[in-house]
Design a protein around this ligand. Structure first.
Ligand code: ADP
Ligand code: MG
Length: 885
């Protein structure tokens, strides 16, 4: 006898990191209204949503103010839903799981009368989920069931495997105990049979049963009433006269930390009928207890558990593998919960009130557990779930803590009376849907080759066929026996009528002797044949053994190959998964590449446009440069011309100075000659003398009105020469070389002008009209008009206009003749607003025209003025002014 140490009634989660979870599947079933005239407050608005309408009475109570609330479920089953439809959607997947070694929990929830029991158990012809589930189970595993008592529950929620002999002995023992044969006729006909419940056409079957396993089904049925657990399949005799309250059971935790009802009867059943019979036995007991103990059945929870034990066949496919680790136990609990309505609604009194309170308490605990679970799962909290507060939640703790599939059918009676209770049911359902339960994992594969059972069956059939062919049946054929007897010498008549007959007996003796001989011969022959056959059989036997060993070898090899294949399959799956991940990554990379390419394209586009712009700008720049160069060339040419002109003017001026000096020299010579020749000078010279004072006055006036620097000192002038020279040194930072000695070079003139130009204003400010100038002998003629005062002196009509630079100099003094502004090329330009022509007439050189250099403006003026005092040479001086607008 072996103990299955690995019974896994709801297996406790080992808390792996990547545990897969499914939410509790919550379905809604709406039952039809009791009467047609009843008010309906539930409406199915889609295959997964219902809407609750407050009944009219309630609306009136709340001043017409009411809400229409909608609730969603995994699926909603309307009033026309048949039991088979519901089964296929809700219970069939659970049954499939059970057959594949996974646990499930299915419960109905709702107020009393909402159709919970109808949904779970059903009625004759309308079998509920329970009989249908049993039917499907036996339809699927029927031919693969183990002999009774091979799997035997121990009292610690485990399963033991018994040897075939032990199981046989136990079967015989039980058969002997059941002296009264149990026939359908012996049962009360009031109990419905399974055949009454389900139409055979609606039979379901799982197509994916592992045929290389042996199965056994164990059922148990308990009732939880007033937070006590009662075993409904217990065989304790019920005393009708003095009924004893039934003994309640306690919950225990097994070595795998699964909860179980200690000492609960588990009945091994081999067919749907038998299982349903056991269920009905429990139902009956429940009903009797309720009646006898004055209990209300709607206040109790009933739990029908189907436990499926499966163990693989050995390599020959003949016997169950005697390996306790290979035994797998899965279970499906079908729970019909008590009515969820509140206590006051049932008008319960006395002990009933207490019961009702308790029942509600256990449903309250269920609700609290769901709430805490949901909170823990959603918020990551670790609050303790109060499973232990009620028996119902404690029993199913491992479905929520461990793994399994949990489904709930919320039953709704759409009548108006139930509206408020239905609202509470809906809220509970809504919350329960958010609770997640770990998905049960696939059980490990035993590692033996698949199809063992089929191969074994085929082998057995083939063996018997061959045996039949060779020796025929081993039992003696009566015909053959008769033939054999007939072939022996016939017995003579043995009748002795005459005492002296001495022939009959000897004849008989002779025949008998002959027969004896034949028989001995035949025996010898038979023995011979038997020996031959025996040896042949032995030979055949050894051959068979050899073949069997070979087969076994092959099978083990096949098993190994299978293992390899399985390994490769898992490897393949892994690789497929990996390739999928890689494909996904490639996808992402491709997308990224596309994005980058797009970026690249746009950047290139931008680059091109910028290059184009750059080109354009470059071209523009070149054009500008060319234009600037043109302008520079123009300006340079203009300035060169200008400089040339100024040089010419300077030359002229210098010539003039030379000439003046000559004149002075001549005068000096004349004076010297006069003084040397006696005082009687020529009387013709006299009248010119008086001009001096007037010129000097003019000169003084001019000095006063003009801000131009004072004239440079002259050679051979008045005693003030020394002072004037000093003044001039101050005035002119770049004094020209002595005018009498030589002409200045062109370059020096330009640089002189360039340096003087910006400092003129400063020199002007430094140049007040000094009293010394009043003593000068110059006598410039000037106009009394304001224009004349501002713009300079009036010279003799013949005197040519000074050069533009000189005019500009005058402009600077007056601030009106021209404008100096900065050019774009960085230089300066002068725009004339006025032109003034200076003319000087000299008696000795009447037609000579002079221009003054701009830098020498004031000096030039002085130089020109200086000519005035020359006696006998200048009769009148002035300047002409022409104005240009
Ligand atoms: P509960 O177990 O929730 O108290 P029951 O299953 O006993 O309610 O149902 C009460 C009554 O309603 C029963 O007579 C049952 O036959 C009937 N009933 C419930 N649901 C349906 C349904 N979907 N179709 C027809 N009759 C139903
Ligand atoms: Mg019920």
């Amino acid at each position: 006898m072996q103990r299955a140490g690995k019974g896994k009634t709801p297996r406790r989660a080992k808390k792996p990191s990547n545990i897969e979870k499914d939410p509790v599947g919550v379905y809604c079933r709406i039952r039809p209204l009791g009467g047609e005239d009843e008010e309906c407050c539930v409406e199915m608005i889609s295959s997964s949503t219902i809407q609750l309408h407050a009944p009219d009475g309630l609306k009136a109570n709340r001043n017409g103010e009411y809400k229409e609330t909608q609730y969603s479920f995994k699926k909603v089953f309307g009033i026309k839903t048949t039991q088979i439809e519901l089964f296929k959607d809700v219970a069939k997947p659970l049954m499939e799981d059970l057959i594949h070694g996974k646990n499930g929990l299915l419960f109905t929830y709702g107020v009393t009368g909402s159709g919970k029991t109808y949904t779970m158990t059903g009625s004759p012809g309308e079998g509920g989920l329970l009989p249908r589930s049993l039917d499907m189970l036996f339809n699927s595993i029927g031919p693969f069931q183990a002999k009774r008592f091979v799997f035997k529950p121990d009292d610690k929620n485990g399963i033991e495997i018994q040897s075939q002999v032990d199981a046989l002995l136990e079967r015989q023992k039980r058969d002997n105990q059941q002296s009264v044969p149990k026939t359908p006729s012996s049962r009360q006909r009031a109990d419905p049979e399974f055949a009454d419940m389900i139409n055979p056409e609606e039979a379901c079957k799982s197509e994916t049963v592992d045929e290389d396993c042996c199965y056994s089904v164990l059922v148990s049925y308990i009732e939880i009433y007033n937070n006590y657990i009662y075993d409904l399949l217990e065989d304790a005799p019920f005393d009708l006269i003095r009924p004893k309250p039934p003994q309640s059971k306690i919950l225990r935790e097994d070595q795998n930390h699964n909860m179980y009802v200690a000492g609960c009867t588990e009945v091994e059943v081999k067919s749907t009928e038998e299982a349903f019979e056991v269920f009905w036995k429990g139902q009956k007991k429940r009903r009797i207890a309720n009646t006898q103990l004055n209990r209300e059945s709607s206040r109790s929870h009933s739990v029908f558990t189907v436990k499926l034990v499966q163990a693989p066949l050995d390599a020959d496919g003949d016997y169950i593998l005697q390996d306790k680790n290979q035994v797998n136990v899965s279970q499906l609990c079908l729970v019909d919960l008590a009515g969820s309505e509140r206590t006051n609604r049932t008008r319960a009194e006395g002990s009933r009130l207490r019961e009702a309170g308790n029942i509600n308490q256990s449903l309250m605990t269920l609700r609290t557990c769901m709430e805490v679970l949901r909170e823990n799962q959603m918020c990551g909290t670790n609050r303790m779930v109060p499973y232990r507060d009620s028996k119902v939640t404690h029993l199913f703790k491992n479905y929520f803590d461990g793994e399994g599939k949990v489904r709930m059918i919320v039953c709704v009676n759409p009548k108006a009376d139930d509206y408020e209770e239905t609202l509470l049911v809906m809220r509970f359902a809504e919350m329960t849907q958010e609770v997640e339960v770990a998905r049960p994992v696939d059980r490990p594969i035993c590692g033996l080759a698949a199809g063992r059972r089929q191969r074994n069956q085929a082998f057995k059939e083939e063996l018997s066929r061959r045996l039949e062919e060779r020796g025929g049946p081993s039992n003696g054929d009566p015909g053959l026996m008769n033939q054999l007897i007939e072939s022996l010498p016939p017995l003579p008549s043995c009748e002795l009528s005459d005492p002296s007959d001495d022939q009959t007996l000897p004849r008989l003796i002779e025949v008998l002797e002959r027969r004896h001989r034949i028989r001995q011969m035949m025996t010898e022959q038979f023995n011979q044949t038997a020996n031959t056959i025996k040896s042949k059989l032995q030979q055949f036997d050894s051959q068979l053994t050899a073949k069997e060993t070979a087969l076994y070898d092959q099978q083990s090899k096949l098993g190994e190959k299978d293992k390899v294949i399985n390994n490769q399959r898992t490897e393949l799956e892994r690789l497929e998964k990996k390739s999928k991940t890689l494909e996904y990554k490639i996808d992402i990379l491709q997308k990224t590449t596309e994005m980058y390419e797009q970026d690249k394209r746009s950047l290139q586009h931008e680059l091109e446009s910028r290059e184009q712009r750059l080109q354009k700008e470059l071209a523009e720049k070149r054009r500008l440069e060319q234009r600037m160069q043109g302008m520079v060339t123009d300006t340079r040419a203009k300035w060169e011309k200008e400089c040339e002109r100024r040089v010419n003017a300077k030359q002229l001026e210098m010539q003039n100075k030379l000439w003046v000096k000559d004149e002075k020299l001549k005068q000096l010579k004349a004076i010297v000659t006069e003084s040397g020749g006696g005082l009687g000078s020529s009387p013709t010279e006299q009248p010119r003398k008086p001009e001096r004072p007037s010129r000097e006055r003019d000169r003084h006036n001019a000095q006063k009105r003009s801000a131009s620097p004072p004239p440079p000192s002259d050679l051979g002038q008045t005693p003030l020469r020394q002072n004037r020279a000093t003044v001039r040194a101050v005035q002119d930072p770049f004094p020209t070389s002595t005018p009498s000695s030589s002409f200045p070079s062109v370059a020096s003139c330009i640089s002189d002008w360039e340096h003087r130009f910006p400092t003129d204003s400063g020199s002007q400010s430094r140049e007040p009209g000094t009293p010394q100038f009043g003593n000068r002998t110059l006598t410039p003629c000037h106009s009394a008009s304001s224009v004349g005062r501002r713009r300079g002196q009036r010279w003799a009509p013949e005197t040519e206009a000074p050069a533009a630079a000189f005019v500009s100099e005058l402009d600077k003094e007056a601030g009106t003749r021209g404008n100096v502004f900065k050019t774009r090329g960085g230089g300066q330009a002068v725009q004339f607003t006025d032109i003034e022509t200076l003319k000087q007439e000299c008696p000795t050189a009447p037609s000579r025209k002079r221009r003054s250099g701009s830098g020498e403006g004031p000096t030039q003026t002085d130089n020109i003025e200086n000519r005035a005092p020359v006696p006998n040479t200048s009769s009148s001086h002035g300047y002409q002014k022409r104005r240009r607008p």
